[in-house]
Design a protein around this ligand. Structure first.
Ligand code: BTN
Length: 266
């Protein structure tokens, strides 16, 4: 698998110049954090064939069966004001959609804030973490998990309800190595846009890909849920919503659910 990835990848820029491939790891995010502490360079990529303790947002786990998905983390050391760092996850969501479209011929949608979805189920999860390296310098760990070859039985019963894989949606397998290579090249372009601030194309793509604009969604806050209308995505990838009383505001963190509202699974 490692040879196949390197063959598909060819020449790289800064993302993937340092590339570690592991048969199995607890979590690629945790592993790359340890590398960051020891001074790993900007653009370091860690890929695993399986994770035993894959982590998701909000302290969830990310099911990472052997040989089925893409489990990849990138270390970024951006020379960008930290107030802009929060946008990188949304940019990465667009980069995932670009790679899936290039290799599989279908473009996923995006469920705010950054879940690529296909056929109304979650295809990919992105976990961005702010870490401090050995010299006390902050950096970003961008962790991406894409369900590629899983069948329904590879997911636990609860996850099966809300998750899908590319193979399930397409009815045929796709090359994980080709998809990884496309993703790494896409992350290179994304990181250039992030560092220069030239992200207009990404914002436009994000708005186009967003699956629930103009629709009702539920804002989740702890155990509370509030149904609002998702109106638009602002310049900083915040979700502008309108409540039942007509008040408008922008949601900057957290998550939404569209479960049961119009066919979406979550
Ligand atoms: C989510 O959906 O909540 C985010 C899931 C992120 C999963 C990826 S897989 C590669 C990287 N390593 C991890 O432990 N998590 C991320």
């Amino acid at each position: 698998m490692e040879r196949e990835i390197r063959q598909c990848l060819g020449q790289v820029g800064s993302i993937g110049r340092e590339l570690v491939y592991l048969d199995v790891v607890d979590s690629t995010n945790t592993y790359i954090k340890r590398m960051a502490a020891q001074g790993a360079p900007n653009g370091t990529v860690v890929i695993a064939n399986a994770q035993t303790a894959g982590r998701g947002r909000l302290d969830r786990s990310f099911q990472s069966p052997e040989g089925k998905g893409i489990y990849l983390s990138v270390l970024l050391r951006p020379e960008v004001p930290m107030e802009r760092w929060a946008t990188v996850t949304a940019l990465a969501g667009v980069a995932v959609c670009d790679a899936v479209e290039e290799i599989c011929g279908v473009r996923p949608g995006l469920k705010w804030p950054n879940d690529p979805v296909l056929g109304s189920r979650k295809l990919c999860g992105i976990l961005t973490e702010l870490v401090t390296d050995g010299a006390g310098k902050p950096c970003i760990v961008l962790g991406i998990g894409i369900n590629v070859l899983q069948t329904a039985s590879d997911f636990s019963p609860e996850v099966r309800e809300i998750a899908t894989s590319i193979a399930q949606e397409l009815g045929r397998p796709v090359s994980r190595a080709a998809l990884i290579a496309s993703l790494i090249h896409g992350l290179e372009r994304m990181n250039r846009a992030f560092c220069t601030g030239e992200t207009a194309d990404y914002l436009e793509a994000y708005r186009r890909d967003c699956v629930h604009l103009g629709k009702q969604v539920q804002l989740i806050s702890g155990s509370a849920r509030e149904t609002v209308e998702a109106l638009s995505i602002d310049q900083d990838f915040g979700l502008v919503v309108r409540g039942a009383d007509g008040a408008q505001w922008t949601v900057r963190s957290g998550e939404i659910s569209v479960r049961g509202l119009y066919g979406y699974a979550e």
